[in-house]
Design a protein around this ligand. Structure first.
Ligand SMILES: Cc1cc2nc3c(=O)[nH]c(=O)nc-3n(C[C@H](O)[C@H](O)[C@H](O)COP(=O)(O)O)c2cc1C
Ligand code: SF4
Length: 487
């Protein structure tokens, strides 16, 4: 499917046309025709359960900016982004952004780092977020702020954005080739894994001391935590069986519980995945981008490198192990879960449905609305199966003008507890707050999924909304991005 053949949602006259369009695509997306406001709005319902008192149903997803200082502290751009997280009015701030537990585990040389030298900076981020939040909502009652802890594993680039330094758990038939890894490229040893687990304990202790309400032990998007879950072919105690593949999680949790009593834990999980995709050179549009197709080959079956993937048809999902994983979270006393999908590196259309691909991506192989519906449906099924977990859903930005209608319906019908906002926060953080306030929404601020916020970091520039946010549009970064796109 070409981007040109996909109907632009901004051209739809009203919500009725959106509903009809989604139906025509076979995309099951709940959508309320009328937006409710104030206490009537499901988006304003508080949720109190166990230790959590969360003031409304708007969540801000972790959104990294590739704009920290080389030693891992926030820059002015990072501070501005966290202020905008606060301005969203969302009462659940899921981790702010991925913060590396050690230098070697950074996804880029500007990723934030949990280290003694960055403590003051991380505290400042929380403070400015809270301040802005109070300006929007009038109070910080029910505001819950977490810190997302990560090790980037296969996608580490700690020292130079153009120099990958992968730390892998197993050899992957396609992903190794994409990084030019030879067959004897070393795997992380069990001893190295134990040290990384220690780094998670240390980082969580720091987050606890700094006053964060929870830490997210990131298990998504192809980074280390997620790679453990698909380490079927790894030998030793951190791979193979479900027990082995979840040992990392259990040991991280055990250490946090003993060192940081009272610190809550969340997990962001890629609950489904597929094989890697690539642009098909035989399906080029305008001589430039090509349409995404799945990697294939007889050596792939049964597929032994995925989590939440049907091993006999790895372009299809299978929720049996993700369900087992959520049962494990319940046993470990973890209530906060954020459901996402796939990876921005090898199947971005699954992870962040978009009309326009990033510079290193491919044209969407499906209408992006189908991608939104897929993430929503998986979350709905998991929520039904695990009603006691507090669940955040992801991938909503693509519904654009109709996000308030979809978000309201999803919460009202119990498909999800919190609607998580990713890219929309970069352009129009207050969208759901304003809609549920009864304020006319500002269409010119709506994210149109141009993907520049992904293209920029792929070219070594900070992430941000270059097309719509005046701050980036007017900066010299915009010129640099233009040049990078021409190359
Ligand atoms: C620029 C950018 C940075 C992101 N950084 C993170 C991150 O640090 N941690 C994470 O879990 N997800 C990250 N994501 C994924 C988002 O949280 C979200 O899942 C994704 O954008 C889909 O949601 P959306 O449709 O609302 O944008 C990032 C996405 C983008 C576009
Ligand atoms: S660059 Fe802006 S408009 Fe484009 S996807 Fe990112 S947030 Fe949306």
């Amino acid at each position: 499917m070409r981007a040109g053949a996909i109907l632009r949602l901004g051209s739809l006259k009203d919500v009725g046309h959106f509903q009809g369009h989604a139906q025509g695509l076979g995309a099951q997306i709940p959508c309320d025709p009328e937006i409710l406001t104030g206490v009537q709005s499901p988006l304003r319902w508080p949720l109190n359960r166990g230790p959590f008192k969360i003031g409304n149903r708007i969540a801000v997803q972790p959104m990294e900016g590739w704009d920290g200082t080389p030693d891992g502290a926030p820059s002015e751009n990072t501070i501005r982004r966290w202020q905008r997280f606060g301005r969203s009015g969302g009462k659940l701030i899921w981790g702010g952004e991925a913060v590396a537990v050690c230098h070697e585990g950074r996804a880029n040389p500007n990723q934030l780092l949990a280290a003694p030298r960055t403590q003051a900076g991380l505290t400042h981020l929380r403070t400015v977020l809270r301040r802005e939040h109070i300006l929007t909502t009038g109070s910080d009652d029910g505001l819950v702020i977490g810190l997302q802890l990560t090790h980037s594993g296969r996608y580490c680039r700690p020292n130079d954005h153009s120099h990958p330094e992968p730390r892998i758990l197993y050899h992957h038939p396609f992903l190794d080739k994409r990084l030019n890894l030879p067959p004897d490229y070393p795997l992380l040893t069990d001893g190295e894994i134990e040290s990384i687990i220690e780094e998670f304990h240390r980082a969580a202790f720091m987050a606890w001391q700094l006053g964060f309400d929870f830490v997210d032990i990131k298990h998504c998007h192809g980074y280390l935590g997620h790679e453990f879950l698909s380490a079927h072919t790894r030998e030793g105690c951190y791979g193979g069986t479900f027990e082995g593949r979840t040992r990392f999680l259990r040991e991280v949790v055990q250490g946090i519980r003993s060192r940081c009593p009272g610190l809550q834990i969340g997990v962001r999980l890629s609950a489904i995945d597929t094989v890697p995709f690539h642009g098909d050179p035989s399906q080029t549009v305008n001589g430039k981008s090509s349409i995404g197709v799945a990697e294939t080959g007889p050596e792939l079956l049964p597929y032994r490198w995925g989590f939440g993937v049907n091993p006999l048809d790895p372009t299809d999902s299978d929720l049996s192990e993700p369900e087992r994983f959520l049962s494990l979270l319940e046993k470990l006393g973890i209530q906060l879960v954020n459901i996402t999908a796939g990876s921005p590196y090898y199947n971005p259309h699954i992870q962040r449905p978009a009309l326009y691909p990033p510079s290193d991506g491919y044209l969407p192989p499906e209408d992006p609305l189908v991608g939104v519906a897929r993430q929503m449906e998986v979350t709905r099924q998991l929520k039904q199966r695990f009603p006691n977990l507090l669940m955040v859903g992801s991938g909503y930005t693509y519904v654009q003008d109709f996000l308030p209608n979809v978000a309201q319906a999803a919460v009202r019908e119990g498909w999800v507890d919190f609607v998580g906002l990713g890219r929309m926060v970069l352009t129009y953080p207050e969208l759901l707050w304003e809609a549920s306030e009864g304020t006319q929404i500002q269409r010119k601020r709506i994210c149109r999924t141009f993907s520049d916020c992904t293209t920029a970091p792929r070219n070594g520039l900070p992430s941000g909304c270059y097309p719509l946010d005046e701050y980036y549009k007017k900066s010299d970064l915009a010129e640099k991005l233009k040049d990078a796109k021409k190359r």
